[in-house]
Design a protein around this ligand. Structure first.
Ligand SMILES: Cc1ncc(COP(=O)(O)O)c(C=O)c1O
Length: 449
């Protein structure tokens, strides 16, 4: 592990002439993979440690190299669009620090998320308060801490903002076609195009500053062309606002991009459509800053969950007769109980329409000759909706076996509970020595977009 000076702050720290970015030890320890160690080696080791301590507690390994990789992919494909990471998707401090080191902005949805970003050293100008229905006290908090950029989609929200944050820089969220997304938002948020004119007039009467337009095509978007129409809708709103005398300078194209390698539409395809529409309707010389609010894109692939088989039952199905009156041999179903489930890290199975299935795999080696059994995997709590996988044919599992699940970064940690007293999974952030050093360099040179 390279020399690191532990420090409670988040700013770069000077040690013996070089500048290091140091993660505070209290809530954000980080494991550096050096000497060729891989994420898999790290997982193997942790599982060994758990074995020696008889621990079945689930844990995540958060691979920050994956976040870095997604960042590079973003810069390559959407160079004009600055990401403001959606904190709601995964608010693990190591993830936020990594993204902050990469100079992304942050989309915060509440006072708590703003507090969290500020406490990590994010400056207020790098935060958009991207929630259109905000408690008054949260708007006051934003105002008191210099977070000026915020979204709205109704007259009532304008009235609230004019009462307690008259200097806000407002971004009008519009409803766009979200029918091609796995999680839809437009029924709940976004002004219809027909009401835009009236809303903007009202903002003028109240003396408020509207600087831009935002939209969200829905999470887990499966059709790149919806961005084309949404950007055209935004252009229409820009024109209306400009004609009313607003200085429109910001377009926020929201989130919706999957971060999974196996997702049905590649990020490159979205990028091509977005870049084409931006170049046509918001060309670089328009002076409009383009931002986005990606959540799952950055974290989907970064997290792997390890959970343990804590109990097992072999259920013999009722014997019945076939049509010839012969008694069939009984079928059996294996019931396994995992140390994590839908009240814990896997809650997206019931409340994220973009992620309704997982494919756990055994940590130990599996022989192709192993007999397979019809099996159901349950979570650890006393509730029967706590089911991880439906019936599937898998090799026999044994108590103490570890299962791994990939692509666990989005809407997992931030939605988990400790229902029934089962503790939330511990999180181990890891980063390669190469990335660690590259980030130090980024800090040294203040590399930004
Ligand atoms: C306003 C807003 N922005 C961004 C996001 C992040 O979306 P995604 O994770 O699909 O990128 C969400 C998700 O709920 C959202 O509501």
């Amino acid at each position: 592990m390279p020399d690191m000076e532990e420090h409670a702050g988040c700013a770069p720290v000077t040690t013996t002439g070089s500048v290091l970015h140091v993660f505070p030890p209290n809530n954000c320890d980080i494991n550096i993979l050096d000497n060729g160690r891989t994420v898999n080696d790290f997982i193997d080791n942790k599982i060994k440690e758990c074995g020696s301590e008889d621990s079945a507690e689930p844990f995540f390994v958060a691979n920050l190299d994956s976040v870095f990789k997604m960042h590079r992919k973003w810069l390559k494909n959407l160079p004009r669009v600055k990401p403001f990471y959606a904190v709601k998707c995964n608010n693990v401090p190591a993830v936020l620090r990594m993204l902050s080191a990469l100079d992304t902005g942050f989309d915060c949805a509440s006072k708590g998320e703003i507090q969290m970003a500020l406490s990590l050293g994010v400056t207020p100008d790098k935060i958009i308060y991207a929630h259109t229905t905000k408690p008054l006290s949260h708007i006051k908090y934003a105002s008191a801490h210099g977070v000026d950029m915020m979204t709205f989609d109704s007259e009532d929200e304008l009235l609230k903002i004019s009462r307690c944050h008259a200097k806000a820089k407002l971004v009008l969220r519009i409803a766009v076609d979200d029918s091609k997304s796995l999680c839809r938002f437009s029924a709940k948020f976004g002004a219809r195009l027909v009401s835009v004119d009236k809303l903007l007039q009202r903002a003028r009467e109240l003396g408020l500053e509207v600087i831009g337009v935002s939209f969200h095509v829905g999470s887990g978007c499966t059709e790149s062309l919806v961005f084309k129409q949404a950007i055209a809708d935004a252009r229409h709103v820009f024109d209306t606002a400009n004609s009313l005398g607003f200085q429109m300078s910001l377009l926020d194209i929201g989130g919706g991009f999957s971060g999974r390698e196996d997702f049905q539409v590649k990020f490159e395809e979205f990028s091509e459509v977005i870049n084409g529409a931006l170049d046509e309707l918001f060309p670089p010389d328009s002076g409009v800053q383009i931002i986005a609010e990606p959540g799952r894109y950055f974290v989907d692939a970064a997290f792997t969950l390890a959970a343990n088989i804590i109990a097992k039952r072999v259920v013999i199905d009722d014997m019945d007769e076939n049509s010839d009156g012969e008694v069939k041999s009984p079928d059996i179903t294996m019931m396994y109980y995992l140390s994590d489930g839908v009240y814990g890290s896997l809650s997206f199975l019931i409340n994220d329409a973009a992620h309704t299935k997982v494919e756990p795999y055994l940590h130990r080696a599996v022989e192709s000759s192993e007999q397979r059994y019809r099996s159901v995997i349950w979570g650890p709590t006393c509730d029967s909706i706590d089911k991880v996988t439906d019936s599937s044919w898998i090799p026999e599992l044994h108590m103490g076996d570890w299962l791994l699940i990939d692509n666990m970064g989005a809407y997992s940690v931030s939605l988990s509970t400790d229902f029934n007293g089962f503790e939330r999974a511990h999180i181990y952030p890891v980063v390669s020595a190469a990335t660690w050093h590259a980030l130090n360099l980024s800090y040294t040179f203040h590399v930004i977009y």
